[in-house]
Ligand binder design. Structure first.
Ligand code: GUN
Length: 319
């Protein structure tokens, strides 16, 4: 699939609905690629790639994420190790664990689930992770590598968004991209990735004035603010590719709750050219990219070449 902006604009003008970007299908394909490459790693290194996930406290959402990360890691043939610390664990307890994992030869990737309890300084914990095991891409060394265009680890959610955009649009060079949200986990690395692809990038956030005017100019709109259905249909340029990173639980008519994104889906699909659903869009890509980063970390640590289709930058050619 590779549609020009004109084609997309025409499609919307004719009243067609946006093409739904199937993140679940793309994630399944990436997970298959990773799983297919694991046996060759095991044969060469005589051990599986290993991912350690650290969870401090009992945040229910984090529990769900950590469980699904562990399951996906095992399903791809890799070693999954979970470390759970009580909510009153000290900063020193967490640092001691991270240092032990840094030194453990069976562990290639370390993920400390965020947010940490308020009494623990997240920056200090992330700084303690070996940058070559930092599969989240949060360490200052990997943030710097991304900014300079060097090989490192790219945070999983923006990497997943980029893969979906490349699949929908092909080459991104020259397009106007607007990222709404400036978090360290999504907004900032997303902006860096789009810049690297040759987009003209604007980063908007809670203090931005005339936000709708800005989003209406975007060929590519990535939204990661955590505000349910904030982006309305008339904030979107006809034919734009819209990536919705938000996952918000809101009350439903029947007294239960439902998940919605940061984009008003029903309105947006009348205007956009491509649109990710919530759930089933960006979410599954995040875990698939974590597996990808873990396998790449394992190959680097074992001085093996990256597996086919998973090398840094190979996403440029994935449609
Ligand atoms: N909390 C929410 N998203 C993430 C993520 O991508 N990595 C980690 N470590 N924690 C998170």
């Amino acid at each position: 699939m590779n549609h020009s902006s004109n084609e997309l604009a025409t499609q919307s003008a004719l009243g067609n609905l946006a093409l739904r970007i199937d993140g679940a299908a793309r994630a399944a394909s990436l997970r298959d690629t990773v799983a297919a490459a694991v046996p060759a790693f095991v044969a060469a290194a005589e051990r599986p790639p290993g991912l350690a996930v650290v969870l401090v406290g009992e945040d229910p959402a984090s529990e769900v994420y950590v469980r699904s990360k562990g399951k996906a890691t095992r399903e791809s043939g890799m070693l999954s190790v979970e470390h759970r610390l009580a909510g009153d664990a000290s900063r020193q307890d967490v640092l001691t664990l991270v240092r032990r994992l840094n030194a453990d030869p069976a562990i290639d990737g370390i993920l400390v689930q965020l947010p940490l309890p308020a009494h623990i300084d997240e920056a200090a914990i992330i700084a303690a992770i070996d940058p070559d095991k930092d599969v989240d891409g949060f360490h200052v060394v990997n943030v710097g590598r991304l900014a300079l265009g060097q090989d490192g680890f790219v945070p999983c959610t923006p990497l997943g968004c980029l893969i979906l955009l490349q699949q929908a649009l092909g080459d991104l060079a020259g397009r106007d991209a607007v990222v709404v949200g400036r978090s360290n986990i999504v907004g900032k690395p997303m902006a860096q990735l789009l810049l690297q692809q040759g987009c003209t990038v604007t980063v908007a956030h809670s203090r931005t004035r005339a936000l709708a005017e800005m989003t209406r100019r975007a060929d590519i709109l990535v939204v990661a603010v955590g505000r349910p259905e904030m982006i309305r249909g008339d904030w979107i340029k006809p034919g734009a590719a819209v990536i919705d990173v938000g996952i918000n639980r809101v009350p439903a008519a029947d007294g239960r709750t439902r998940l919605v994104g940061d984009v008003a889906f029903e309105e947006a699909r009348e205007v956009a050219g491509f649109l990710t659903p919530v759930p089933g869009g960006v979410g599954p890509m995040t875990i698939a990219c974590l597996l990808r980063n873990t396998l790449v970390a394992a190959c680097r640590r074992a001085s093996l070449p990256p597996p086919p289709g998973l090398a840094p930058g190979s996403g440029k050619h994935q449609r």
